[in-house]
Design a protein around this ligand. Structure first.
Ligand code: HXC
Length: 270
């Protein structure tokens, strides 16, 4: 039994809950909660977000994580007021974005449910997740150019890999905001949905994923992400090793046996 105390702990900048899922493991929900600052990502908020993701990652009752904001803003970027007086030396020494690298190590899938503004670090935070569900009226952008800087938490890399150089270059050099529809067509979003249901849709998707054999989900996520880092040769090898590894799980034997016996599989997560 993993430690569940993080679910009842109190937080200053986020809301945390676990949603029951009658068909499988629970969904961990993290809601950014600095509405007065459009969920600007200051250091204490990011600490709470990343620590909670890590807690959910080792919680054996959670199968998938949803990260969201509120209707007006997913997050309007890193906290500009916190950075306004910072010097290059201070930024280098404080290494404040190192925390973001830990998101990449989360093994369970993370779905960003985005409504309102997803700008700068907000867009980068959504892109650090594995899938993005966007409300129709959501706005995505990398406006750092208007502050005299560029994206610093992966925007130039992840956006370019997701939507290609032509469109990423335009967004990063103009700071222009794009709609969910633009971003869906460009390949950044998994789905665009009506404003009223963006969170419900993300939770439904998370529940569906959390109802699958979770070791296969974990290795599926890991393998897809490797496609962005590795050559095709190494990526195929990586995939094959993970495929073979799943033949060591009880769920593999159960899944295939259930198919042959024409019944529903009962997953053990082992
Ligand atoms: C700190 C912010 C903020 C931010 C908004 N606020 N964005 N505070 N950092 N990134 C605060 C405002 O100061 C204001 O506080 C309150 O939230 C409401 O915002 P308004 O501007 O009054 O709202 P509105 O007129 O509706 O405009 C919305 C907006 C605008 C277009 C999203 O707020 C905006 O342009 N925000 C900055 C977007 C941005 O440049 N993001 C990139 C940041 S740099 P008060 O106290 O006045 O009511 C970045 C670098 C990433 O992200 C590096 C790696 C992490």
């Amino acid at each position: 039994m993993s430690d569940k105390s993080y679910l009842s702990a109190s937080y200053n900048n986020i809301l945390v809950s676990a949603i029951e899922n009658k068909n499988g493991l629970k969904v961990g929900l993290i809601q950014l909660n600095r509405p007065e600052a459009l969920n600007a990502l200051n250091i204490p908020l990011m600490k709470e977000v990343v620590d909670t993701m890590e807690n959910m990652d080792v919680d054996d009752e959670i199968g998938c994580i949803v990260l969201t904001g509120n209707a007006r803003a997913f997050a309007a970027g890193a906290d500009i007021k916190e950075m306004a007086d910072a010097t290059a030396i201070e930024m280098q020494l404080s290494n404040r974005f190192a925390r973001w690298d830990r998101i990449r190590k989360i093994r369970k899938p993370i779905i960003a449910a985005v409504s309102g503004f997803a700008l700068g670090g907000g867009c980068e935070l959504a892109m650090s997740c594995d899938m993005i569900i966007g409300a129709e009226s959501a706005k995505f952008g990398q406006p750092e150019i208007n502050l005299g800087v560029i994206p610093g938490a992966g925007g130039t890399q992840r956006l370019t890999k997701a939507i290609g150089k032509a469109r990423a270059m335009e967004m990063i050099l103009t700071g222009r905001m794009m709609t969910s529809k633009d971003m869906y067509e460009a390949g950044l979003l998994t789905r665009v949905v009506e404003d009223a249901v963006y969170l419900d849709e993300a939770i439904e998707l998370a529940k569906e994923i959390a109802s699958k054999p979770n070791l296969a989900v974990m290795l599926g996520k890991e393998s897809v992400n490797k496609a962005l880092d590795l050559t095709i040769e190494s990526g195929l090898e990586y995939e094959r090793k993970n495929f073979y590894l799943l033949f060591a799980t009880e769920d593999k034997f159960e899944g295939m046996k259930a198919f042959v016996e024409k019944r529903k599989a009962e997953w053990k997560g082992r």
